[in-house]
Design a protein around this ligand. Structure first.
Ligand SMILES: C[S@@+](CC[C@H](N)C(=O)[O-])C[C@H]1O[C@@H](n2cnc3c(N)ncnc32)[C@H](O)[C@@H]1O
Length: 225
């Protein structure tokens, strides 16, 4: 069996531990050191694409739209958001870990076709939560995939993102009819209720990790009324 090669390490802010980038032949993995587990693997990315396809379906063909992607990971969701939006649109990508952005500028960037090179992309280096403080209607879609589901995984601080207060703040950054889409490795009916309490109109979609097969992931689609 060919071993994985360590390409880089990074400290996750707020004592989140160590993030590692490894490669085995054409496969890349971003994971947390120790037993905490994998954040992203390049072999399995259909549901990351679906996050953008489903979250941007309502703005297909529209000009001058603005989409926020949190976080960058391997860039699959960012690439799919660029594909799903018009040439006059802007896609902001928020990434907490500076090294993840650097890794995407190297060989890792090939996985998703180097979306950072697209001049419609604006990079926000920092916590995506900072962008929800404005409370001004800014985005047509917010696509969130910063953990493995609606609970803090990359850093404990992310738990706050899924609170009612944070969901209400996110809603205020959306234009009417705008969509908050959240990726999750599991389906949690309590989180659907949480989104409803924040006054979103909610539906969930089950998507497969590989085309038509593999693990079942959930995309929460929460529309601002
Ligand atoms: C699961 S990966 C994203 C995978 C991505 N959807 C893709 O297509 O490759 C999660 C990413 O979110 C970043 N992240 C975690 N917490 C964050 C936060 N609070 N703000 C911004 N980025 C964050 C991580 O560093 C990591 O790069």
């Amino acid at each position: 069996m060919i071993p994985w090669t360590l390409l880089g390490t990074a400290n996750i802010p707020n004592n989140g531990g160590e993030l590692r980038l490894t490669q085995r032949e054409d496969d890349f993995s971003i994971h947390l050191k120790g037993v905490r587990g994998e954040l992203m693997n390049s072999r399995v990315h259909c549901s990351e694409l679906a996050l953008a396809e489903l979250g941007c379906a309502h703005i297909q063909g529209m000009e001058n739209t603005k989409v926020l992607v949190g976080g960058l990971g391997m860039g699959f969701t960012l690439a799919a958001a660029l594909k799903a939006t018009s040439i006059s649109s802007q896609v902001v990508v928020a990434e907490l870990v500076p090294e993840v952005i650097e890794w995407n500028k190297g060989p890792l960037g090939e996985c998703a076709g180097r979306p950072l090179d697209d001049n419609r992309v604006l990079v926000h280096l920092g916590d995506v939560a900072e962008l929800f403080k404005t409370k001004q209607a800014t985005y047509d879609a917010v696509l969130l995939d910063v953990d493995n589901g609606p609970e803090g995984f990359t850093q404990a601080n992310n738990n706050k993102l899924y609170s009612i207060e944070s969901l209400q703040a996110i809603q205020q950054t959306l234009h009417p009819g705008g969509v908050l889409a959240i990726w999750s490795a599991w389906h949690d009916p309590k989180f659907t209720q949480q989104l409803k309490k924040a006054r979103f109109k909610v539906e969930t979609k089950t998507v497969r990790a590989h085309k038509g097969k593999g693990s079942r992931h959930t995309i929460y689609l929460a529309r601002k009324k």
